[in-house]
Design a binder for this molecule. Structure first.
Ligand code: G1P
Ligand code: ZN
Length: 562
């Protein structure tokens, strides 16, 4: 027991630009390292928690990136000084985002603070991020993130207790008395509760049997936090050889790579799968909420298809067998494969803005069991974050039960539902003014749509003609709390249901990233086996023509294609 610690007030001034984006506050690490920067944001987060902060329990951890341990130490001192009752911290500060969400719920915590910039590069020159999650385990809704931001604009002091110091390398509880009040820090195994939850959801014995039946798998953790979870689940639980988990030692700079599981940044996994030795491969991002799934010979499962396949095969997963599938949801730019499953199975399907936080209310209200985003996010209502490991276990459950390869599962799926060919082109590091000008141009077209000169226009490329039937700037009214989210992306919808979407990223830490999404439904079976980029080329050209992207941004090619 550390008796008699005192807290103190530290004078500070508002710092510009502390507005949380799609998923918390993300900036260059050097910005978070500036005097008072992290402290101001943490104090503003505490202010937004309001009266619930006194006596609260908060879960804290992150993906192991550079500056994370410093941020944990700051949070310990500030929590101690702000009458938090207890912190639950993952050993060495580690928690995957889904595991942290799981622990908030399981331990009935007031909320949690996640230290990650997700898939953005880490290290001294990389990015850092802080995100607040509420008692349901999910990212704070905009109402709260706006309160945080408002507070950052008026902050004049924060509270610290310099004596509140713990060794986060050791599991166990440290008790303090701060300003006469009790304060405890419990350092926990970041993996244990999460693995128990997975065992409740999936049939581990069936997956284990499948994995020992001849198919070779490889799991790539991209030097993020998932390494510790992958080793526990795939090596210790399923008894696979150690080399089935690669890049599974968390590094504070992710080995100098982008910890983003896609065809560009996980190209080494794609190359490995192309050798044909493995029947299944998967990669996770830095904090473990994203996943990419590959089949033999590098067969790529688009994330928009992944959630649809899981929905179509939900009866392969014990959890859904008992809860049923209450409803489905996808983010607006995500390919509409899921809608086809919903229609055929007569299940409700919701379309929400980009960002996992919009699924939370629907899940809390029991309206949605399964949801996904095209950005490698897949998950269910077992927690309130997307969950890379859950998605991989869902896929393995499907493979084990259907006794088919990944490619066969997809070919069957398309034969039943038709195929939504989907791609996303990212233009990273665009001059922000130029990106805004392009979006303004698109908004002008949408305005003119009200005067009807945009609607009905037709575009032809390579013998295919598309006619615009609808266009808007996506607006969402949450069916539960009726909050409204405006300007969530320009949608141009064609008569055949094909869609073009443009939006600016809300997670990039500098400059602007333009995202162009293309979704084209085709039910001709002779195309199903074809490469999405080849099939979508004419439609993508039309999207570029309408947006004048090259004229506005000076870019003639995207930086990343998914
Ligand atoms: C991106 C993705 C979005 C995801 C978010 C957090 O946001 O597009 O789907 O929820 O990262 O992982 P964006 O940069 O597009 O705002
Ligand atoms: Zn992430």
């Amino acid at each position: 027991m550390n008796m008699g610690l005192r807290s103190e007030s530290v004078a500070t001034k508002p710092i510009d630009g502390q507005k949380p984006g799609t998923s918390g506050l993300r900036k260059k690490t050097t910005i978070f390292q500036q005097p008072h920067y992290t402290e101001n944001f943490v104090q503003s987060t505490f202010a937004a928690i309001g009266d619930d902060l006194v006596g609260s329990t908060l879960v804290v951890g992150g993906d192991g990136r550079f500056f994370m341990k410093d941020a944990v130490a700051i949070i310990v001192k500030m929590a101690a000084a702000n009458q938090v009752r207890k912190l639950i911290i993952g050993q060495n500060g580690l928690f995957s985002t889904p595991a942290l969400s799981c622990v908030i719920k399981k331990r009935q915590a007031t909320g949690g603070i996640i230290l990650t910039a997700s898939h953005n590069p880490g290290g001294a020159d990389g990015d850092f991020g802080i995100k607040y999650n509420t008692a349901n385990g999910g990212p704070a809704p905009e109402k709260i993130t706006n309160q945080i931001y408002e507070h950052t604009k008026v902050i004049s002091e924060y509270r610290m207790c310099q004596g509140a110091v713990v060794d986060i390398g050791e599991i166990g509880t440290t008790d303090f008395t701060v300003d006469g009040q009790p304060f405890s820090v419990e350092v926990v195994d970041p993996v244990a509760d999460y693995v128990l939850l997975m065992k409740d959801i999936f049939d581990f014995a069936a997956i284990k049997e499948y994995l020992h039946g001849g198919v070779k798998v490889v799991i790539n953790s991209m030097h993020g936090v998932m390494g510790v979870y992958a080793k526990e689940i795939f090596v210790n639980e399923f008894g696979l050889p150690e080399d089935s988990c690669v890049n599974c030692d968390p590094k504070d700079d992710f080995g100098g790579h982008h910890p983003d599981p896609n065809l560009t940044y996980a190209a080494d996994l794609v190359d490995l799968l192309k050798k044909g030795i493995h029947g299944f491969g998967a990669a996770f991002d830095g904090d473990g909420d994203r996943n990419m799934v590959l089949g033999q010979n590098g067969f790529f499962v688009s994330p928009s298809d992944s959630v649809a396949v899981i929905a179509a095969n939900a009866d392969c997963i014990p959890y859904f067998k008992s809860t049923g599938v209450k409803g489905l949801a996808r983010s607006m730019p995500t390919g509409a494969s899921l809608d086809r499953v919903a229609a055929k199975k007569n299940i409700d399907c919701y379309e929400v803005p980009t960002g996992w936080k919009f699924f939370g209310n629907l899940m809390d209200a029991g309206k949605v069991s399964l949801c996904g985003e095209e950005s490698y996010g897949t998950g269910s209502d077992h927690i309130r974050e997307k969950d890379g490991c859950w998605a991989v276990l869902a896929w393995l459950s499907i493979l084990a039960s259907r006794k088919q390869s990944v490619e066969e599962v997809l070919m069957d799926h398309w034969a039943t539902y038709g195929r939504n060919f989907f791609t996303r082109w990212d233009y990273e590091g665009v001059d922000a003014e130029k990106a805004k000008a392009m979006m303004a141009h698109l908004r002008t077209l949408i305005d003119s749509s009200q005067t009807k000169d945009f609607i009905g226009r037709s575009f032809a490329q390579e013998g295919k003609t598309y006619v615009i039937s609808e266009a808007d700037d996506f607006e969402y009214k949450d069916p539960i709390d009726e909050s409204i989210a405006k300007n969530q992306g320009i949608r141009i919808i064609m008569k055949d249901g094909s869609r073009i979407v443009f939006r600016l990223s809300g997670t990039s830490s500098s400059g602007a990233t333009v995202r162009m999404y293309i979704d084209n439904y085709i039910d001709d079976p002779s195309t199903f086996g074809q490469d999405a980029q080849a099939v979508l080329k004419p439609f993508a050209r039309i999207a570029l023509e309408i947006s004048k992207l090259t004229e506005f941004t000076g870019r003639d090619a995207p930086t990343v294609i998914t």
